[in-house]
Design a binder for this molecule. Structure first.
Ligand code: LLP
Length: 442
C-alpha cells in the first residue's frame, strides 16, 4: 500500500491508502469516483487507516519517552477526525476558543489538551480554565499576568508552560511557516526564560511547570529539534537547581510529510537522535504533530469544468480553487495533481508533484476565483483532461479544508471519511443559505 519496497520494519517512510487499481484511484477499498458521484465535487476525502497509521507511527517511534501526543487541531479540525484520533488515545493542541470548542464537542480528555497562541482573549482563557485543560502554553509576560488574574477570579489553578524561541530553524522551511527564530511574534527569547521564571515561577494561580517550543512547519530533519533541545536542557537544569518545579517539555510539531514520496524523514529518523537527549531527564514530553498525521491522509477531489487555450497556455479549469486549497498560492506549495481515472494502459503517477505523464500535455490547473493567482498548479504535464473528468490533489489532508475561505461567495467543500470499504460524509457541502444566514439573522 504505497510502501517503498525493502523498507526495514519500524522505519517506514510516509505511506498512505490511496492507490490506483486497474487505472482507478481508490481510497482504502472505495473508488474515489464513487464518492464524487455520491456527494459531488469539490470534496476532501480522508483515509482513516492513514490517519491512524501515522498517529501510531509517531507514538511508536518516541515510545521510550511515553510522550503525550497532542494532534494539532489547526491542521485538520473536523470533529469526526478528532473523534477518531481521540479514540486512538490522542490529545490535542488548540490555538483558539473555536478549536477548544471542537475538542470539547467530542468529549476529549481535557488533561491532554494544550493551548498555544499569542492572542488568547479573556473569554478563551476562561473557557479553557473551566474546561480544566492540561496546559496553557504562554507566549508573553502580559499574557501570563492576565492568565493568573483570570485563574484567581475563576477560582482555578492553571498549569503553564512558557513558550520559548530557541532561535534555530530549518533552512528548508518556508519563511511564512518558520516560527522558532528569534524575531517572531511567538514565545519569548530563550535568554529571557530564567528571568521569566524568576518573576512568575512561584505564582499561586498559574503554575509555571514547563517549557514549550515549536520550530516551524514542516521541518525536514531532526537536527533543528536536537539543537533546540540541546539549548533548552541547560536552562531547565539551572531552573531545577533553583527549585523551580519543572516537569514538562513540549517540543511542538513540525514533523514533515510527503508532498513528494521519500523526501521526509520517517518518525524513527526524528526520534533516534531526540530520544537519547530526553531519556533520563524525568521530563514529561509532549509532541504536537499535525501535518505528519493528516497531510498524506487526505486528498481534494475536483472535477474539470472547462479546458481552454489562451496566450499559448493550456488551462484546465476545475471546480476547486484557491478558496479550497490555498497552499499553492500562499506558499508556492507543490501538490501532485492527477486524474482519478487513468487513460487505458497508462501507469499510475510517481508520487511527486513534478511527475510528467508520458505523452502528457503541459497545463495549468486553475480554479474559478476572480484572481490571476487562483491556481492549484502550473506547468504540469498531465494526461489529457476533459470536461467532467475527476482529478485528485494529493497530500491535502493538512492545512487544506481548514484554510478554506468563502471568497467570491463560494460555499466550502464537503468532507468525507473512508474506513475500509465504507465512506461517510463528515461535513456536508455548504449551501448558499449557509453563506447568507448570518446576514439574514441580524
Ligand atoms: N504546534 C504549534 C504551536 C504550531 O504553531 C503548529 C503549526 C503545530 C504545532 C503543528 O505543526 P505541524 O506538525 O502540522 O507541522 N499553514 C501552513 C502551516 C502552518 C503551521 C502553523 N503551526 C501550511 O499549510 O504549511
Amino acid at each position: 500500500m504505497g510502501l517503498a519496497a525493502g523498507e526495514p520494519a519500524g522505519r517506514e517512510r510516509m505511506m498512505d491508502h490511496f492507490e490506483y487499481r486497474s487505472g482507478e484511484l481508490f481510497c482504502e477499498q472505495v473508488a474515489v469516483a464513487e464518492i464524487a458521484s455520491a456527494v459531488g465535487t469539490p470534496v476532501y476525502v480522508y483515509s482513516a487507516a492513514t490517519l491512524l497509521h501515522h498517529y501510531r507511527a509517531i507514538g511508536e517511534a518516541f515510545r521510550e519517552l511515553r510522550p503525550t501526543i497532542c494532534f494539532s487541531v489547526k491542521s485538520l479540525s473536523n470533529i469526526h477526525i478528532l473523534k477518531l484520533l481521540a479514540s486512538a488515545g490522542s490529545g490535542f493542541d488548540v490555538v483558539s476558543g473555536g478549536e477548544l470548542e471542537r475538542v470539547r464537542a467530542i468529549g476529549a480528555d481535557a488533561s491532554k489538551v494544550v493551548f498555544a497562541g499569542v492572542a488568547k482573549t479573556d473569554r478563551e482563557i476562561l473557557d479553557a480554565l473551566a474546561a480544566d485543560i492540561g496546559c496553557f502554553n504562554v507566549e508573553s509576560e502580559e499574557e501570563f499576568i492576565n492568565l493568573s488574574r483570570l485563574a484567581e477570579s475563576a477560582g482555578r489553578k492553571a498549569t503553564v508552560a512558557l513558550r520559548i524561541n530557541p532561535d534555530v530553524y530549518d533552512p528548508q522551511t518556508h519563511r511564512y511557516t518558520a516560527t522558532g527564530k528569534k524575531a517572531t511574534k511567538f514565545g519569548v527569547d530563550i535568554d529571557q526564560a530564567e528571568a521569566f521564571f524568576d518573576r512568575f515561577g512561584h505564582d499561586a494561580h498559574a503554575h509555571l511547570e514547563g517549557i514549550h517550543f515549536h520550530l516551524g512547519s514542516p521541518i525536514y530533519s531532526a537536527e533543528p529539534y536536537v539543537q533546540a533541545i540541546t539549548k533548552t536542557l541547560p536552562v531547565i537544569q539551572r531552573l531545577r537547581e533553583r527549585e523551580f518545579p519543572l516537569r514538562l517539555l513540549n517540543i511542538g510539531g513540525g514533523f514533515a510529510a510527503d508532498y513528494e514520496r521519500g523526501r521526509s524523514p520517517a518518525a524513527a529518523d526524528y526520534a533516534e537522535p531526540i530520544v537519547p537527549l530526553l531519556r533520563d531527564t524525568g521530563l514529561s514530553i509532549t509532541l504536537e504533530p499535525g501535518r505528519f498525521i493528516a497531510c498524506n491522509a487526505g486528498l481534494l477531489l475536483t472535477s474539470v469544468q472547462y479546458v481552454k487555450q489562451s496566450g499559448g497556455r493550456k488551462f484546465v479549469i476545475v471546480d476547486a480553487a484557491m478558496t479550497d486549497l490555498i497552499r499553492p498560492v500562499l506558499y508556492g506549495a507543490q501538490h501532485l495533481i492527477y486524474p482519478a481515472r487513468l487513460p487505458a494502459g497508462a501507469e499510475p503517477p510517481q508520487r511527486r508533484p513534478d511527475y510528467a505523464a508520458p505523452e502528457g500535455e503541459t497545463v495549468d490547473i486553475v480554479g474559478g476565483v476572480c484572481e490571476t493567482s487562483d491556481f492549484l498548479a502550473t506547468d504540469r504535464v498531465l494526461p489529457k483532461l476533459a470536461r467532467g473528468d475527476l482529478a485528485a490533489v494529493f497530500s491535502a489532508g493538512a492545512y487544506g479544508f481548514v484554510m478554506a475561505s468563502q471568497y467570491n461567495s463560494r460555499p466550502r467543500a464537503a468532507e468525507v471519511l473512508v474506513e475500509g470499504d465504507r465512506f461517510r460524509l463528515i461535513r456536508r457541502r455548504e449551501t448558499h443559505d449557509d453563506l447568507l444566514a448570518p446576514e439574514h439573522e441580524v
